[in-house]
Design a protein. Sequence first.
Length: 191
Amino acid sequence: MRLLGVLSYQLEGVDKLRDAKLILSNHPSLLDVVFLISMVPNANCVVKGKLKRNFFTRGAVKAAGYIMNEEAGDVIDAAKRVIEDGQTLIIFPEGTRTTPAEGIRFKRGAANIAIRTGTDITPVLIYCTPPTLTGSDHWYQVPARRVHFRILVQDPLEIGLYLKNMAPSRGSRKLNVDLVDHFIRELEAHE
């Protein structure tokens, strides 16, 4: 796509993905997962369960062995196995692509996985200008100008604070609130 002039991209801090175990990223475009998977050699993802039922996606999702987000307990157990197996888990905590006019809202599953597996988080900020393939776009809606992606991999966030003197449920709620604040603040600061 870059060679055809459809898009351009800028990558920053990609070397930080080498040791990442749990990557959390905002999700402004359908192409985010393609970028991240291409940069992480042993990647696994948590994907929507409905992709398993979609005629066009079920074969690829099944063949890749990705984790389906259908049952919370099953997702946490599968995430633990994936991380223990040495794979890097990629999660978009929003659960779906961002709608540009709406703020970031994370579901608690990613924070819960971090807490229950005791895994530090590598945050990834993704910018897509102009917005394309968002949660409110159809796949055939193409912007008038070339799309540019900027992907910024940040230093890991240690979760030890959320494990001390807190029940896992409380720790995941607190971590989730702090993650939303972190992503909002960092996305604005690096814009």
